[in-house]
Design a protein around this ligand. Structure first.
Ligand code: CDP
Ligand code: MG
Length: 154
C-alpha cells in the first residue's frame, strides 16, 4: 500500500466543497488514514511550494493558501499517489476534464481546490510536513477485500 498527501485548499472550505471532495476519494476506495484542519504558517507554505518561490505568482499563491484554513489528508491505497492525481485532474480548473475534481468544480489556475502529492519522495516529505507520526492511523478497513483482489493487496 502507498500513502499520499492531499490538501483541500482554502477555496474548498470557502465554497463548501469539503464533503464533496472527500466523498470522491472515499467512494474510489482510497482509505483515509490522516485528517486535520490547519492554518498554514509562512515557513510551511514556503517549504511546500519552494520550487515556485521565484515565480511571479508565488506571492499570490502564498496569500491564497493562508487566506483560510486548509484540510490535510493522508490517503492510503494501491498506487495511491497516481490514483489521487487522476481524481484531482490537471492544474488549470477551467480546462481540466469533466469527471475530475478540478474539472467539475474549478475555473481557476490558482484557486483549483486541491493539492495532491506528485511522486513517492514528495508524498513522504509532505506527509511528514503536515502530520506527526501519531496523527496517522493504520487500521484494517472492513471493505478492503471488496475494493481489491487478494493479489493486489499483498
Ligand atoms: O497543483 P499541481 O501539482 O497541479 O500544479 P503545480 O504546477 O505544481 O502548481 C502548484 C500550485 O500553484 C497550483 O495548484 C496552483 O494553485 C498554483 N499555480 C498558480 O497559482 N499559478 C501558476 N501559473 C501555476 C500554479
Ligand atoms: Mg505540483
Amino acid at each position: 500500500m502507498e500513502r499520499t498527501c492531499v490538501l483541500l485548499k482554502p477555496d474548498a472550505l470557502q465554497r463548501g466543497l469539503f464533503g464533496e471532495i472527500v466523498h470522491r476519494f472515499e467512494r474510489k476506495g482510497l482509505q483515509i488514514v490522516g485528517c486535520k484542519m490547519i492554518q498554514i504558517s509562512d515557513p510551511t507554505i514556503e517549504e511546500h511550494y519552494a520550487q515556485y518561490r521565484e515565480k511571479p505568482f508565488f506571492g499570490r499563491l502564498k496569500e491564497f493558501m493562508q487566506s483560510a484554513p486548509v484540510v490535510a489528508l493522508v490517503l492510503e491505497g494501491v498506487d495511491a499517489i497516481e490514483t489521487a492525481r487522476t481524481l484531482v485532474g490537471p492544474t488549470k480548473g477551467r480546462t481540466a476534464p469533466a469527471g475530475t475534481i478540478r474539472g467539475d468544480f474549478a475555473m481557476s489556475l490558482q484557486s483549483n481546490l486541491i493539492h495532491a502529492s506528485d511522486a513517492s519522495a514528495t508524498a513522504e516529505q509532505e506527509i511528514a510536513r503536515f502530520f506527526r507520526p501519531e496523527e496517522i492511523f493504520a487500521y484494517e478497513k472492513v471493505d478492503c477485500c471488496w475494493v481489491y483482489a487478494e493479489e493486489e493487496r499483498k
